[in-house]
Design a protein around this ligand. Structure first.
Ligand SMILES: CC(=O)SCCNC(=O)CCNC(=O)[C@H](O)C(C)(C)COP(=O)(O)OP(=O)(O)OC[C@H]1O[C@@H](n2cnc3c(N)ncnc32)[C@H](O)[C@@H]1OP(=O)(O)O
Length: 209
């Protein structure tokens, strides 16, 4: 049986997740945020994130509602903090997402409306496949990475951890993208990208320092 859920955050990303959870009739105990937000789906305000510690880790599950427009370090830190305290994160999948039976989705991943994940692809914990992303066959995406809306990832692409692929980017087949990489919106990636690089453009090139 599903446990009650607490949402961390009350911004745009959290609201998309809240709507999925409510659509699926999950019991949402409330949300955390530095300040209460009067319009957040009439959900209960529980206090700042540390208010979660009043709940036993065996009795609730968490949903990480913080989005990211850049490298997702804050998401990674919060996820690891609450995992160390013994909490688990809900894997949230919008009912319109299409996930191949052989694909693997780890704990705390968030797969938004209209996304497609093809045969043998794997996403590690806390990955976001944002609205309408396409991850084709035999891809792997490392933990905490954020694939922003409308990204297309061709077959056999490997992406490291804590990487951000910007809105609408396209990655051709067989490319290897490292960890902590930032790819600009609308880029077309046709070459491998080493750890820690920022690239953008068509074709994507390393940003001037
Ligand atoms: C649901 C959601 O909303 S999820 C959020 C999704 N959002 C994203 O994915 C955002 C991704 N971020 C980007 O694309 C950003 O533009 C970045 C990170 C690549 C660059 O940001 P910044 O470092 O602030 O760069 P800045 O805006 O100062 O631009 C620097 C130069 O790069 C160019 N540039 C920036 N982004 C891009 C891009 N995506 N493609 C091509 N050129 C770009 C600018 O035109 C500028 O060129 P100039 O120096 O010749 O004038």
């Amino acid at each position: 049986m599903n446990k009650p859920v607490i949402i961390l955050g009350d911004g745009g990303h959290a609201s998309v997740l809240a709507e999925i959870l409510l659509l699926e009739q999950r019991n949402v105990l409330g949300y955390t945020s530095p300040e209460p937000n009067k319009v957040f789906f009439s959900l209960n305000y529980l206090g700042a994130d540390e208010a979660i510690r009043a709940f036993d880790p065996s009795e609730v599950e968490l949903v990480l509602g913080l989005g990211s427009v850049n490298l997702p370090y804050v998401r990674s830190t919060i996820f690891q903090h609450f995992k160390m305290l013994g909490y688990t994160f809900v894997t949230v999948i919008h009912p319109s997402a299409i996930i191949a039976p052989s694909a693997k989705v780890e704990e705390g991943c968030q797969i938004m409306a209209g996304s497609i994940m093809q045969t043998n692809s794997v996403i590690e914990e806390n990955v976001i496949l944002n609205t309408g992303t396409k991850v084709d066959h035999d891809c792997s995406i490392g933990c905490h990475s954020h694939i922003a809306p409308g990204v297309t990832i061709s077959g056999g692409v490997q992406i490291g951890d804590t990487t951000h692929i910007g809105t609408g980017a396209t990655i051709i087949q067989g490319i290897k993208i490292g960890s902590h990489v930032l790819i600009g919106a609308g880029s077309v990636v046709i070459n491998d990208i080493a750890d820690g690089k920022t690239v953008y453009g068509v074709p994507a090139k390393e940003a001037k320092q």
